[in-house]
Design a protein around this ligand. Structure first.
Ligand SMILES: *Cc1c(COP(=O)(O)O)cnc(C)c1O
Length: 317
């Protein structure tokens, strides 16, 4: 796939074409990235299905009681982010797949934020689909992964037709190759795919658990340091978080802060709506800024980040 976005689209549009009917229901959550909202809206428009949204709690966790009530006989798929790119919350996927499978409902997990940061065992999660992007894990742009259980990939119609994915072709009818070829029409971006393989090998050489442990240490340290800045508010306080911290600061234009940290300090942060407009609306936040910690960062760099923010606040006031 070209990335997480394309992977979710392949599943969503495949569902719209063959597996969704008028009045069926799709469940997503309030903390989704646009990549896990828009494709389902499109699928709903095409099929007559409706999109239902799991609310979140004060701490920024999925409201599982509400999910239980949302699941109905019409639910055809649950598609959820593994960890929110804004709140950092790690969602309890195993609990959710267990709930869903009792009713035969498949679960898609958007792993864009977790694949780079922790060991992932799709069999243990028991998810039916899992997606992620190479560029979120120090890899090239334009390549990513769609994992699917074979039973679901068999049911899903292909999104693209063309060479490589077909078996016999006549003007009347074409038969498709078995999975995964069915989803690989045309010439794939194999140079990028080979790079993705190297990136995954690199992460495994470092050790995914070692990466997770070290980044959790950075997260704890970062949270402690950032909490000390007056007027700084962190979005999401779930006990289990990925190493991303989004925040606002009273009286500070975070877009200006972003520019300042980038250009004056060489610190790469991102500010704005951070690709989840419905979540930001719910949080009543116009713009937030996000710092992400990775295995190549250090506690000294977090000290520099907080020092830079303090300097900006003083300069600004
Ligand atoms: C970045 C991101 C995506 C989209 O990834 P692309 O590489 O742009 O396709 C989807 N979901 C989450 C949670 C993300 O962080």
């Amino acid at each position: 796939m070209r990335g997480c976005t394309e992977a979710i689209n392949v599943v969503a549009l495949g569902f719209a074409r063959g597996l969704l009917q008028d009045g069926d229901e799709i469940i997503i959550s309030l903390m989704e990235h646009h990549a896990n909202i828009v494709p389902w809206q499109m699928a709903a428009q095409d099929s007559g299905a409706v999109v239902k949204v799991i609310p979140i709690t004060e701490t920024g966790e999925l409201d599982l009681k509400a999910l239980e009530n949302l699941i109905s006989d019409r639910t055809k798929i649950i598609s959820l982010v593994h960890s929110s790119q804004i709140l950092g919350t790690i969602n309890p996927i195993k609990k959710i797949t267990a709930m869903a499978h009792k009713k035969g409902i498949p679960v898609l997990v958007d792993g864009a934020q977790t694949a780079p940061h922790m060991p992932i065992d799709v069999q243990d999660l028991d998810c039916d689909f899992f997606t992620f992007s190479a560029h979120k894990m120090s890899g090239p742009t334009g390549v990513g992964v769609l994992y699917g259980k074979s039973e679901w990939l068999e049911k899903l119609p292909p999104h693209n037709g063309g060479g490589e994915m077909c078996d016999t072709v006549t003007f009347e009818q074409t038969t498709y190759k078995p999975i995964p070829k069915k989803f690989e029409a045309g010439t794939t971006s194999f140079a990028d795919i080979i790079s993705l393989g190297a990136v995954i090998d690199y992460h495994h050489a470092l050790g995914m658990q070692a990466i997770a442990d070290y980044e959790q240490e950075l997260l704890e340290y970062g949270l402690e340091k950032l909490h000390q800045i007056k007027g700084l508010h962190i979005l999401g306080s779930a006990p289990e978080k990925e190493p991303v911290v989004s925040f606002t600061i009273d009286g500070v234009d975070v877009k200006e802060l972003e520019k300042y940290l980038n250009s004056e300090w060489g610190i790469a942060v991102k500010a704005g709506l951070l690709a989840s407009q419905p979540l930001m609306k719910h949080l009543k936040v116009e713009q937030a800024i996000r710092a992400s910690f990775c295995y190549y960062n250090t506690k000294e760099e977090i000290d520099t980040l907080t020092q830079a923010i303090e300097t900006f606040i003083q300069k600004d006031s």
